[in-house]
Design a binder for this molecule. Sequence first.
Ligand code: GLP
Length: 234
Amino acid sequence: MAAIIAIQITERAKQNQSFVLGLATGSTPILLYKELIRLHREDGLSFANVISFNLDEYYGLPADDPQSYHEFMRANLFSQIDLPPHQAHIPGGVIPRDQVPAHCSGYEKAIKEAGGIDLQILGIGGSGHIGFNEPPSDERSTTRLVSLDPITRRDAADSFSGIGNVPTEAITMGVKTILRSRQVFMMAWGENKASIVARSLQESPSPALPATQLQRHPDVHYLLDESAASKISQ
Ligand code: GLP
């Protein structure tokens, strides 16, 4: 995965063009980010021509909160590569409520102005979410404020030291925003992802299981380990 990204970034750089990368958080992409950092340090991979857009951010968490996705990205990637800070975009966590719609349409506009997302990295949540597109999220949805599903809040409880501390809302790119990306790479590791991965591939596309809507994308790739793939029927 890191090699695929590195080749595309380098090809664009040779043509003096930017590469627009959609980034995800959670435990799943950490190994990928480690490998991108290694390629930067050891092989000279530069991110100077990369423009990034993160999928989502918890609503209510300031950028310097240790649990925020701003902080996650700083710690796990941005602080260790040469991506110019003004080229990295993450939805705001503390936008006043009355300014959220303008912030969300501004995020969509920024993606369009960058030329659209070339490659979007995704994980999958226990609720079947992609980004924070919780059920029901349909294929017309764009960047917006959403309520988090109880499954999502329960899954995050440990890292927040209790479910009561998990934010109840988030700002996320929509299903439509994700489906507009030219290429999508969904990654999942481990047995606890096996059921939701199988359902996302085998159930008909429906807002009730947002990840099923990736079936409508013409260039989507699933990267799974054996455990995460174990419940897909042959
Ligand atoms: C969060 C993120 C998702 C991510 C999911 C899975 O809810 N908003 O983008 O895919 O977690 O997390 P993990 O990779 O830790 O299993």
